[in-house]
Design a protein around this ligand. Sequence first.
Ligand SMILES: [Zn+2]
Length: 144
Amino acid sequence: MSHISPEKLSDYITNLLNQKEQQAIELHIHSCDVCLSEYLDVIENQTLDVSLSESFTDVTMDKMNHHKQRKEKIQRSSKLPINKTLTHYVIAAGLTLLLMLTGVFQGFLDMTNSTKIEEHQSFTTQFMNNKNDILDYMEGDEKQ
Ligand SMILES: [Zn+2]
């Protein structure tokens, strides 16, 4: 039996031949290194062909899905800094609310309108001390 032509091999790969021819080529490839090498070359060239076997398409789809999942993972992890920023915003908003509830914030606003500079300064010192205490408390809370 003579060697198999690349055209015949291509037909064999795409299942265009009848069962008898398919089997004959298969047997020949198994026993002939020349045709096996040729067969592998044809497969390599055919990977660019869209009409290639479904198994190739499945592998491509798997790769694409895998790629998609990876992309989603990356997108999910990239959301973390946004969440951290939001946490800081919530803490800042909570701090403002806490100051308002304790009356310190309102008292500070009243004092800024006051013409008595001495009281204003003493209150500012008091306010800053309170604020530092709250910040220390917040930082300790965040570490948990
Ligand atoms: Zn051969």
